[in-house]
Write a protein that binds this ligand. Structure first.
Ligand code: ADP
Length: 413
């Protein structure tokens, strides 16, 4: 089954084409046929396309909205120019899987999209006003293009964390705020945490309910999850992705009184402060240089930049605190898993996060640690470490494709 995976944002559409099927899933033999990104949708869009095994191509084209971007992707994929052997016409795309940011409390797993599901997504707009409308536009664009008959599946960033117990998801606010508006921790990056937890149990040959790990997704956005008996029991992002770890441009945990304090001092509205906390804080805010960890590490190494070092230190310290907190929340774990652009590639960050954690039973083998970059999966702790430490590259699109294939096959049974 050839599946188009769409991740629609307000001005960016990311896609992949993945060939999968139940047998391929069992053999881990699914194929990534092509991938691409369309940025600056709404104007002269910048398009990056890559077919499996070939070089990346870049171009520009005026694309006025998400619908035009989705049309462009489908036309390109099914044209002879793309050279994707499996897709000769639009009919060779057999399902669409959508990454949807917020599923609220209603969606606890991936679902086949119906009119009722779309209404449910609309009800979650309040919780993710920037993201869910773009996801819905992607769904309606794909419906218009492929017709109502083509199965489409929604896969939620929040769904994996719906197993959090109430003592972990409730904030210590007046309870009626939860009752009235569903103010609570939802957590995000669920597809990534779920995927690496699944890979971990495959690598260890254990069952789902034997999976007791802390997963650290460190990319532009960062989050930690405590996974006990295969289920997420706590996670660092909250009602929105702003809470928790320090991120590229987001502050993570913060005294809530700071918002009003900054608003008064700087003459900003609360909305403007929230934008500052989302877009100008984190690694960028502390360093005053960049949100990019690779660049910060280079600045520190080559220029001995004090604020670059401080940004990296604050970032790593926050991750360490979460490891400690989650080990207590879970009554211990068997492993820590690093993933995301930083977690998969930066041996320096991994080394600094795990430094001085030997009391907790975490000890890296620095040689192994340095070898696990560029998508290499495996163990980086030393043989005496009580907790194993893994690097597992994430693949959210693959999980979306597999969920899509499973949902379609379940329906046809
Ligand atoms: P997103 O969360 O948008 O998917 P990624 O998972 O791609 O982002 O992560 C991007 C982050 O990963 C950036 O901060 C980037 O600098 C960092 N990164 C990628 N490669 C390296 C590397 N070799 N060393 C350090 N950081 C890296």
């Amino acid at each position: 089954m050839n599946i188009l995976i769409l991740n629609c944002g307000s001005s960016t559409v990311k896609f992949q084409l993945i060939a999968t099927h139940l047998e391929l899933i069992e053999q881990n033999a699914d194929r990534h046929l092509a991938r691409g990104t369309i940025e600056r949708v709404g104007g002269e869009a910048v398009i990056t396309l890559q077919v499996e095994g070939q070089k990346e191509q870049r171009s520009t084209s005026p694309l006025r909205d998400i619908r035009a971007a989705v049309d462009f992707i489908a036309r390109w994929a099914s044209s002879p120019d793309s050279g994707i052997a499996e897709i000769k016409s639009i009919g060779d795309i057999q399902a669409v899987g959508h990454r949807v940011v917020h599923g609220g409390e209603r969606f606890t797993r991936s679902v086949l999209i119906t009119d009722e599901v779309i209404r449910g997504l609309e009800e979650c707009i309040d919780l993710a006003p920037l993201h869910n409308p773009a996801n819905i536009k992607g769904i309606t664009a794909a419906r218009a293009l492929f017709g109502e008959g083509l199965p489409q599946v929604a896969v939620f960033d929040t769904a994996f964390h719906q197993t959090l117990p109430d003592h972990a998801f409730l904030y210590a606010l007046p309870y009626q705020l939860y009752r009235r508006y569903r103010v609570r921790r939802y957590g995000f990056h669920g597809t990534s945490h779920r995927y690496v937890a699944y890979r971990y149990r495959q690598l260890r040959h254990i069952a789902r309910d034997q999976t007791n790990i802390i997963t650290l997704h460190l990319g532009n956005g960062c989050s930690a999850a405590a996974i006990r008996n295969g289920n997420s029991i706590d996670t660092s992002m909250g009602l929105t992705p702003l809470e928790g770890l320090v991120m590229g441009t987001r502050c993570g945990d913060l005294d809530p009184a700071i918002i009003d304090f900054i608003a008064t001092k700087e003459g900003l509205s609360s909305g403007e402060v929230e934008t500052l906390l989302n877009k100008q804080a984190g690694l960028l805010g502390i360093s005053g240089l960049t949100s990019d960890m690779r660049e910060l590490l280079a600045e520190e190494r080559e220029e001995n930049d004090r604020r670059a070092r401080l940004a990296i230190e604050i970032f790593c310290y926050r991750v360490r605190k979460y490891i400690g907190a989650y080990l207590a929340a879970m009554n211990g774990a068997d492993a820590i898993v690093f993933t995301g652009g930083i977690g998969e590639n930066s041996w320096e960050v991994r080394s600094r996060v795990c430094k001085d954690l030997q009391w907790l039973g975490i000890e890296l083998d620095e040689e192994r640690n340095r070898m696990h970059v560029d998508g290499r999966e495996g163990v980086i702790s030393n043989n005496g470490s009580r907790l194993a430490v893994y690097v597992i590259p994430t693949d959210e699109e693959l999980l979306i494709a597999r969920d899509t294939a499973r949902s379609v096959l379940e329906k046809s049974k």
